[in-house]
Design a protein around this ligand. Structure first.
Ligand SMILES: [Cu+2]
Length: 478
C-alpha cells in the first residue's frame, strides 16, 4: 500500500496538471508540426496468440492514431505484432512465413533457444519462404520480445512495424498474485515522426547512421501519443524499448517512485522503489504503480526525463523530455498493490569468473563506422569461442560519445559493476539481464555463462543503425 508520504508525492503533480487545462494533453517536447503532435489516442492492447501457430510477415495498413492509418509491415496484420503468451515447460512452435519483399528472420529476444532458432542473420529466409521454430520454453517468467534480425535490415523491419511481446509465465511468478488482465499494461516504446505519412517510413538520414534514428514523438504499441485510463488500484506496467536509438529515463510526472519488480530476465531478487529508470534499446522493465488513493479525474504522465549526453546534437537529440503515456484515473475499483514478499525470486550469483574478455564499442566521429574491437560483423567469422558452462567476466567499454545498449544472445548475464558515467550498477539492473546500457565513458562488467545451448550466437549493439552497420560479433559456445 502507498504510505502517506508516497500518496502526497504521487498527487503532487495533480494541481499543476489541472491548472494546465484538460484534454487534449500538450506534450512538452517533440516535433512541433501541428495538431497531430498534440492529440492523444488510447493505448491499444496488442492482439494475443498462444505458443504455437503461424507468424506471417507481410505488408499491410495499421492505425497509428484515432482516424489515421499508415502503410506498415506486420506480423499477422497487427501493429504491434501479436503478443505471444507462453509458459515455462511449454513448446514454442511457429511457422514464420515471409510475404515481405525482403529477407527476414525472427529473433526471440531474451529467450534461451538453440542457435538454429535464435534468428541469426544467416538463417534469414527469402521472400515467399517459410521457417519452422520449435523450442521448449526453459525460461524464467519474464517480459521478452521478438523482432526481425536479418542483417542490414533489422532497423527497417522493426521500424515498419515488426516487433511484439513474448510473455513467459511460471509458478514462481503466479504465487505473487501480480496485477493481471486489464491491470497488466504492455507498452512497446518507440519514437517516430508524428505524421502518418512519415511515421512508419524508413529513410534514415546521414546523421541517423551515426547517432541512430532519433525522432521527436513517442509512440506506444504503434499508437502516437498514447493515453491510458486506470480505474484506481494497482497496475503492472511491462515496457520494452523497441526504438532505434532512444534512451528513455522513465519516471512519473509527479516524481512519485515506481516499484520495479522485474527487468530483462524476469523478476528481480527483491522489489525496489526508484524515482526513475534508464531504459536502453532492447531492455525491458516491469513495475507497479498503485492508483488506489487518487480521485477520479486525477491525471499524470509517464515521462522520459531530460538528461545530457555529449555528442548527439541535432534536431531530435538524445535526452529530450518526452511524455510517453498520459494516465487518467477514472471510476472503478480494482485491488490495491499486493503485499510483496521480501524476496521476489531466487537469483543465484554466477560466482567467480575463470577468465576475462573485453569488448570495446567505438563509433568514429563523423564517420558511419560502428565497430566492436575494431571489427565490423562478418557472417562467417567467429569472433569469440566461449566454453559451455564456464563463468567469464565480460567487460563492455564504450569508447565513443554515443550510448551503446549491448545485447547478448544465447544466455542471460549478471551486471556486476559500472565505472565512469552513471558510476554504478542501478538497483533495477539486479537479477538477469540480456541487454546492458553502456553510456558514453562507461565501462560495464558482467558475469556471463552459457549453460543452455552450444553453437553460434551474437553479441551486438542494439542501436538498430549501429547493429545494421556491423556493430555485431559472432560468439560460438563450444
Ligand atoms: Cu551502438
Amino acid at each position: 500500500m502507498l504510505s502517506r508520504r508516497r500518496f502526497v508525492r504521487l498527487t503532487a503533480g495533480a494541481a499543476a496538471a489541472a491548472a494546465g487545462g484538460g484534454f487534449p494533453f500538450i506534450t512538452s517536447c517533440g516535433d512541433p508540426s501541428g495538431p497531430a503532435d498534440r492529440v492523444r489516442s488510447p493505448l491499444l492492447r496488442p492482439a494475443e496468440i498462444g505458443a504455437g501457430r503461424t507468424l506471417l510477415a507481410a505488408p499491410g495498413v495499421a492505425p497509428i492514431a484515432e482516424g489515421e492509418s499508415a502503410a506498415a509491415w506486420l506480423f499477422n496484420g497487427s501493429l504491434p505484432s501479436p503478443t505471444i503468451r507462453t509458459r515455462r515447460g511449454e513448446v514454442l512452435a511457429f511457422d514464420l512465413g515471409n510475404d515481405l519483399p525482403d529477407p527476414t528472420i525472427i529473433h526471440w529476444h531474451g529467450l534461451l533457444v538453440p542457435p538454429e532458432a535464435d534468428g541469426h542473420p544467416r538463417s534469414a529466409i527469402a521472400a515467399g519462404a517459410t521457417y519452422r521454430y520449435e523450442v521448449p520454453v526453459i525460461q524464467r517468467a519474464g517480459t521478452y520480445w521478438y523482432h526481425p534480425h536479418a542483417h542490414h535490415r533489422t532497423g527497417e523491419q522493426i521500424h515498419r512495424g515488426l516487433a511484439g511481446f513474448l510473455i513467459v509465465s511460471d509458478a514462481e511468478e503466479d504465487a505473487l498474485g501480480l496485477p493481471a488482465g486489464a491491470q497488466e499494461i504492455l507498452m512497446l516504446l518507440q519514437d517516430r515522426d508524428a505524421g502518418a505519412a512519415s511515421a512508419l517510413t524508413y529513410a534514415p538520414a546521414a546523421m541517423d547512421l551515426h547517432a541512430g534514428m532519433l525522432r521527436g514523438t513517442p509512440f506506444g504499441n504503434g499508437v502516437r501519443l498514447p493515453a491510458l485510463e486506470v480505474a484506481g488500484g494497482c497496475y503492472r506496467f511491462r515496457l520494452v524499448n523497441g526504438s532505434h536509438a532512444r534512451v528513455y529515463r522513465i519516471g512519473l510526472e509527479s516524481g512519485a517512485p515506481l516499484t520495479v519488480i522485474g527487468n530483462d530476465g524476469g523478476l528481480l531478487p527483491a522489489a525496489v522503489d526508484v524515482p526513475n529508470i534508464w531504459l536502453g534499446v532492447g531492455e525491458r522493465i516491469d513495475f507497479l504503480i498503485d492508483f488506489t488513493d487518487v480521485e477520479p479525474g486525477w491525471r499524470t504522465a509517464l515521462r522520459s526525463l531530460a538528461f545530457d549526453v555529449p555528442g548527439t546534437s541535432g534536431k531530435f537529440p538524445q535526452g529530450i523530455e518526452l511524455d510517453l503515456l498520459e494516465i487518467t484515473r477514472v471510476d472503478g475499483a480494482v485491488p490495491a498493490m499486493p503485499a510483496l514478499p521480501p524476496a521476489l525470486s531466487a537469483v543465484a550469483p554466477l560466482g567467480a569468473a575463470a577468465s576475462d574478455r573485453t569488448f570495446e564499442f567505438r563509433s568514429s566521429p563523423g564517420e558511419e563506422m560502428h565497430r566492436i574491437n575494431g571489427l565490423a560483423f562478418a557472417m562467417d567469422r567467429v569472433d569469440a569461442m566461449v566454453p559451455f558452462g564456464e563463468t567469464e567476466r565480460w567487460v563492455f567499454v564504450n569508447d565513443s560519445t554515443l550510448p551503446h545498449p549491448v545485447h547478448l544472445h544465447g544466455t542471460q548475464f549478471q551486471i556486476v559493476s559500472r565505472t565512469g558515467g552513471r558510476g554504478g550498477v542501478l538497483p533495477y539492473e539486479a537479477g538477469w539481464k540480456d541487454t546492458a546500457l553502456v553510456m558514453p565513458e562507461e565501462t560495464v562488467e558482467a558475469l556471463v555463462r552459457f549453460d543452455a545451448y552450444r553453437g553460434l550466437f551474437l553479441l551486438h549493439c542494439h542501436n538498430l543503425q549501429h547493429e545494421d552497420m556491423g556493430m555485431m560479433m559472432n560468439i560460438e559456445v563450444v
